[in-house]
Design a protein around this ligand. Structure first.
Ligand SMILES: Cc1cc2nc3c(=O)[nH]c(=O)nc-3n(C[C@H](O)[C@H](O)[C@H](O)COP(=O)(O)OP(=O)(O)OC[C@H]3O[C@@H](n4cnc5c(N)ncnc54)[C@H](O)[C@@H]3O)c2cc1C
Length: 276
């Protein structure tokens, strides 16, 4: 049970959502957006989050789009992980989504909720980071289209919410790898999770689990694509170029994370040997 009272709204348009946000905010209320609600409900039950007003984005058509528009795939923020998996329009995203939570939870968890999660993993963003996807965010100042990378590292401004993500169709069927290691079971937060794609002979790669937020690094990619470096040294050199310290927490020590990362990158190199 959620141990406090709150008002619940389910608008049918983006304009209505923004209007509710500002009128509630002007009354001094703490307003939050929600899509799948799994995290919001869990946090509220556990006393980690409070709010006066919830705006449920699931009724907004832009947030429910899942379609090709010309040469682009458009994915609404309120599309559930299971819908992404079942339609399989973007196989790398389907494979990544299949490793997040269990089947029942994925009926509720949305891609927007995963990308905006307060937990640092946000594995659903990895396929978007390596395909140069863009996010449409709406707020009182209008719509802003930004590289998905910006969502990975920063919070949205007050009142803004994610409506959809777009990526070029040319990225949908490229060779890819998704690898994830958890502490024990198949379902669990990642020690390391990576999504990689081979495009025009170059590897693109993004990581979750090893830093406070998911990331893609041009420097790491540069090393992994440098064929002048001996195969055996390339992975070590790439790890040495990671942007920050590796996470050290209750899931895994930084040494174990480094070891797993080394293993996953070596496996990727072996799988793609001669492919580049
Ligand atoms: C059993 C279980 C296992 C899990 N395992 C993993 C895992 O392995 N890897 C992983 O990455 N995650 C994992 N998660 C975390 C999970 O992916 C996130 O908590 C979940 O994605 C939240 O999705 P939701 O749609 O329910 O979000 P909600 O609860 O609706 O929202 C989550 C947050 O995002 C905000 N938000 C939601 N939609 C929008 C929007 N459109 N615009 C702006 N803000 C928005 C909300 O205000 C809230 O702060 C797991 C969760 C469960 C329950």
């Amino acid at each position: 049970m959620i141990p406090f009272n709150f008002d619940y709204f389910k608008p049918e348009t983006t304009e209505e959502a923004l209007k509710i946000y500002s009128s509630e905010w002007k009354l001094g209320k703490k307003v939050i957006y929600l899509s799948g609600g799994t995290e919001v409900i869990t946090f509220a039950r556990g006393g980690k989050m409070t709010f006066d007003t919830v705006i449920d984005l699931k009724g907004i058509p832009e947030c429910n789009m899942l379609e090709m528009q010309g040469e682009e795939l458009v994915i609404g923020a309120a599309v559930t992980l299971n819908r992404l998996i079942e339609t399989n329009l973007f196989p790398l995203l389907s494979k990544t989504a299949r490793t997040i939570a269990d089947h029942t939870s994925r009926n509720k968890i949305t891609i927007g909720g995963n990308l905006m999660s307060k937990l640092g993993y946000r594995e659903g963003i990895l396929p978007f980071l390596i395909t140069d996807a863009v996010a449409s965010v709406i707020g009182h100042e209008g719509t802003v289209v930004m590289p998905v990378e910006k969502l990975a590292a920063a919070e949205l401004a007050d009142g803004q919410f994610l409506t959809h993500i777009k990526l070029s169709a040319s990225n949908l069927d490229l060779p890819f790898i998704h690898s994830k290691r958890t502490r024990s079971s198949k379902v669990g937060y990642p020690i390391v999770s990576l999504a990689a794609m081979s495009k025009e002979g170059r590897i693109r790669i993004a990581f979750s689990g090893i830093h406070e937020h998911p990331f893609r690094s041009a420097v790491v990619e540069g090393v992994l694509n440098d064929t002048a470096i001996e195969d055996e040294q390339r992975v070590d050199k790439a790890i040495a170029k990671l942007p920050t310290d590796i996470t050290d927490d209750f899931i895994a020590s930084k040494h174990f994370r480094r070891f797993i990362l080394n293993k996953l990158l070596s496996e990727m190199n072996t799988e793609w040997e001669g492919n580049r």
